[in-house]
Design a protein around this ligand. Sequence first.
Ligand SMILES: [Zn+2]
Ligand SMILES: [Zn+2]
Length: 358
Amino acid sequence: MRAMVLREICEIKVEGKTQQREGITIKTEPLELVDLPVPKPGPKDIVIKVSACGVCRTELDQIEGRILPPKLPIILGHQPVGAVANLGTSTTRFRIGDRAGATWIYSSCGKCKFCQSGEENLCEQFQGTGCHANGGYAEYIVIPEDYAQIIPDKLIDFTYVAPLMCSGVIGYRSLKLTGMEDGKTLGLYGFGSAHHLVIQMANYLFPGSKKFVITRNPAQKQLAKNLGADWVGGIEEKTPEKLDCAIDSTPVWKPTIFALENLEKGGRLVINLIRKEETDKEFLLKLDYPKHLWLEKEIKTVANVTRRDGEEFLALAAQAQIKPQIKSFKLEESNKALIELKSGRSPGSKVLRISSDK
Ligand SMILES: [Zn+2]
Ligand SMILES: [Zn+2]
């Protein structure tokens, strides 16, 4: 099978966004196209013939070493969807041809207090798809059936389903963690792949709420307006009303501080990111306790996803017909997709279209 592999940590070359780091090569093609045997399932695994796989910011973090893959080379990608092509001898949930996909959670221990209480996202032995095990930038992927998601039939086209598997599921978890209710105001800092889906969820779940989008990217501003944002502004702007709930999905610190300033008393800011970049860390020194944190403001982060998040969100996506705006690339164009993602040129989600199966 054809697959794109990461062999070494490097810096992706993008005009104006490339930092020279000691001992790190700068590359325009961080991933390499290789031919590998189709993976075989263990007793409790399924093999999916990947139709499409979403491209996520986490891949940039992995390639550039902010999240170190435990082993190299590795096939990245944690949003693969397609049809089941092979089954382990002890599998029970799937049949050949079933529509299935993976999310960021590849496996967890199943025994610790977190796993026992449905918070497997916090398990010490949490394993990430395309991180601890080979991911979906490939024609086939093997995953444990217990951690695979069933794709509802109502979500017809795999190309549009792929970005739901991370951007959608983690966006859903972030929204849940804000404590959002109908009528409360919601602020979204950054408007990448996750937030352009979050606003669609919020429109459906909280029709009586005002949604404010904060981004400096003109294409993202336009998309936010098209998707029904009540107001769109820049990072340093005051939102028209204080935010009861906010999510920060930006890779830097400045928006976090401004989000706290706009937060309502008793409001909650959820940071949806695995790693913040270090570039503007000194901005945190502007944190002013009375202005930014006092009066019972809360900050919470979101880490990973659970299987339940996936199930709940896919059901919601089917019901609300949540549809990403996508730009698709061929498997061998993965590097191009990653460069575009890093440059921030096009809004919405990027998807690798790996086979023509629907
Ligand atoms: Zn992701
Ligand atoms: Zn566990």
